[in-house]
Structure formats: C-alpha cells, structure tokens
Design a protein around this ligand. Structure first.
Ligand code: PHE
Length: 360
C-alpha cells in the first residue's frame, strides 16, 4: 500500500511541476507509458490469487485514473495559459484604417461606350449589337459594296476558311452590318446605335488590327440630311461637353450612303495641342463618316426606298476616347499595361458626367 501512495505522490508532484506542454507530455509518458511503474503494477495482477486481485485491482486502476486525470487537467491548464499569453501579446489595433482592397478600373473604351449609349438614349436611340464573325453578305454585299471593292481584298480583311454552304465568313470590318441586321429584323421607324469591335488587317501608331466603332442608323419617313447634321452636332457637343464646337461636312463617298459626307470637327491649338472645340477653329480633324442610307441598301433589307429613308454614320470609338481624354498612341489601348490603365481608367462607380443629358 505504501508503494501505491509513494507512487501517487511522486507522479502527482511531477505533474504539478510540469510547466510547458512539452513537459506535461514527457510526464504522461513517464507516468502512464509502457515502461511506467503503473504499467508494471498492472502486470502483477496476473500473478495474484483471485481474492488478492479483487482487492488490488481497484486500487491500481484507481491510481491510474487519478494520475491520468491529473495529467489531463494540468495539460488543459497549460493550454489555457498559452492561449491567454497569445491573446495578451497578439493584439489587433482596431483603430488602424483597414488596408484597401485592390481596385480595377473601367477601360476608357468601355467608359466612352457608356457615354455614347447615354447621349443617344436621350435622343431616343436604342443600342443594337451584331456578331463580330460576319458573313460577306451582311458586311459587304447588302451594303452595296461591289465584288471589286478594295475593302474586300485579302490584305484588308480577315477571312475564315470557306463555309460548306458557300458563305464567306470574316471578322467584320465595320459596324455597318448591324444596320442590315437591324433593318431585316425590325420594322421601321428605327433609331439605333451599335457600338462594338471591328477588325482590319492594319497596324501602326493610329491603326490596330482590332478597334472599336459606333454605328448610328435612323430609318423613318421623311428623313433628311438636316436631321443627320442636327443629330451629329448634338452628339458631338454632348460628348465633348462644350457648346462651341463647329462641324464641317465634306462631300465623300461610301457605297452604302448617297450622298455621303465625312465629318470634321474644329480644333483650337492650346500649348501646341489640338483641343476639340472653339467657335473659330485653328484647323479640322476628321471624326466620322456618314450619309443618307443608299436606296439599294434599304431595298436589300426588304424595305421600299420610296417610303423609307434614313441616315447612318460610323465613328471610331478609340479615336473619340483619345480626343477627349488625351492619349496619343492607339496601341497602348490594347497593351494591357496596368500603369496605363490606372492613369487613364475610370472608377467603376464614377457617376457618368452626362447622366443629365444634352444641354444640362
Ligand atoms: N462604315 C464606314 C467605315 O467603316 C463608316 C460609315 C458608316 C460611313 C455609316 C457612312 C455611314 O468607314
């Protein structure tokens, strides 16, 4: 009996003395492991008489349980202390400002597309779209562009291998096929703009193989060149956010409009830079192509050109962005350089400047 009491007090005192999680683990191995005194005592039970075992077994088991409980309690106490210590040292200063999350920005092209949609929505135009992979009927034939037109040449247009049904598929070279898709799928009157990607086999500081255009189309009864001129003036003034802008319509040629006009905007020189606007311009920059929709195009879409007339225009969005926001190399638009995007990009939650509409 003395034996058990001795063992108990020795094991309980080394348990109490353990001052770290490593130390209490070592005590557990010493006190309860295979080579421990308690394990040796358990073994002696086998050699005892049944009467003696009946007395000794509960005592030895009781000792084992008491020591195991003491070790578990000490371990829990040490773990609690360790947590307390961490909580005391690892404090978080809740008064510090939070680290800001990295924020993306809206690409100037996307921003300008939004601005255009908004300006034209105020004029009653809906936004229409069409596929970037077009067939040559929508991109050329229906737009009265003859087989021999240079725009159809292999070196100007990206073609796909010939389709089984004889259709020639290509990357659309302008947004004008959306005119055709709109006229063949909805009844006039029509008022749409169609912003989107366009492709030409071209690359230098002012041309990239992929670029953006916005198409405008109005089809109704009694539409005249006067409506075209007013619409373009209203649009350009709203886009550049100034009223002193003069436009110049120069006679031009597009197969799908007759008459056709190229439109120049007047600029003023400010510190050697061309700034759009000024009642008495220092010079002119071309910004878009336009004209009265050719009767053949109207007829190709199944409408009677004696009843329906309209105007159309096509304009480079990238160029519009450059003129308003001051970038000078078109290629940088598509390089994906984050420094450029941070500089020229727009905050996603910017309130559009033109939300109040034209003249506001
Ligand atoms: N599609 C012409 C181009 O890409 C622009 C244009 C559109 C001209 C509509 C007149 C009318 O150059």
């Amino acid at each position: 009996m003395t034996d058990l009491n001795l063992i108990r007090s020795k094991l309980l005192s080394i348990t109490e003395a353990a001052d770290s999680l490593e130390a209490i683990e070592a005590v557990r191995v010493t006190a309860l492991g295979k080579a421990s005194e308690i394990a040796a005592l358990m073994k002696t039970l086998g050699g005892m008489s049944p009467e003696e075992r009946q007395v000794q077994a509960p005592l030895i088991q009781g000792l084992r349980t008491e020591v195991a409980d003491a070790i578990a309690a000490r371990k829990a106490a040490l773990e609690g202390a360790a947590l307390e210590a961490r909580l005391a040292t690892e404090t978080i200063d809740l008064t510090l400002p939070a680290a800001s999350a990295p924020q993306g920005s809206v690409h100037p092209v996307a921003q300008v597309m939004d601005e255009l949609a908004e300006i034209f929505a105020d004029l009653g135009f809906a936004v229409a779209t069409g596929p970037e992979i077009e067939d040559d009927w929508h991109n050329f034939t229906a737009l009265n562009i003859p087989e021999t037109h240079p725009a159809r040449a292999m070196h100007d247009t990206f073609y796909f291998p010939d389709e089984k049904d004889g259709k020639k598929m290509l990357l659309r070279t302008h947004t004008s096929p959306v005119q055709i898709r709109t006229m063949t799928s909805q009844e006039p009157p029509i008022r749409i703009i169609a912003p989107g990607r366009t492709y030409r086999s071209d690359s230098d500081a002012t041309h990239t193989p992929m670029f953006h255009q916005v198409e405008g189309l109005v089809i109704d009864r009694g539409i005249t060149l006067g409506h075209l001129k007013w619409t373009l003036e209203t649009f350009v003034k709203a886009y550049f956010e100034r009223d002193d802008i003069v436009l110049r319509l120069r006679p031009s040629y597009f197969p799908f409009t007759e008459p056709s006009a190229e439109v120049d905007v007047g600029y003023t020189l400010v510190d050697g830079r061309r700034v759009v606007g000024g009642a008495e311009p220092d010079g002119w920059m071309e910004i878009l192509g336009s004209g009265m929709v050719h009767p053949r195009v109207i007829a190709a879409c199944g409408l009677d050109p004696d009843e329906w007339q309209g105007f159309a225009f096509g304009c480079g969005i990238d160029r519009l962005a450059m003129l308003k926001y001051g970038m000078d190399d078109l290629r940088a638009f598509f390089d994906g350089d984050l420094r450029w995007l941070r500089h020229y990009g727009f905050a996603a939650l910017d309130v559009p400047t033109l939300s109040a509409g034209v003249g506001a």
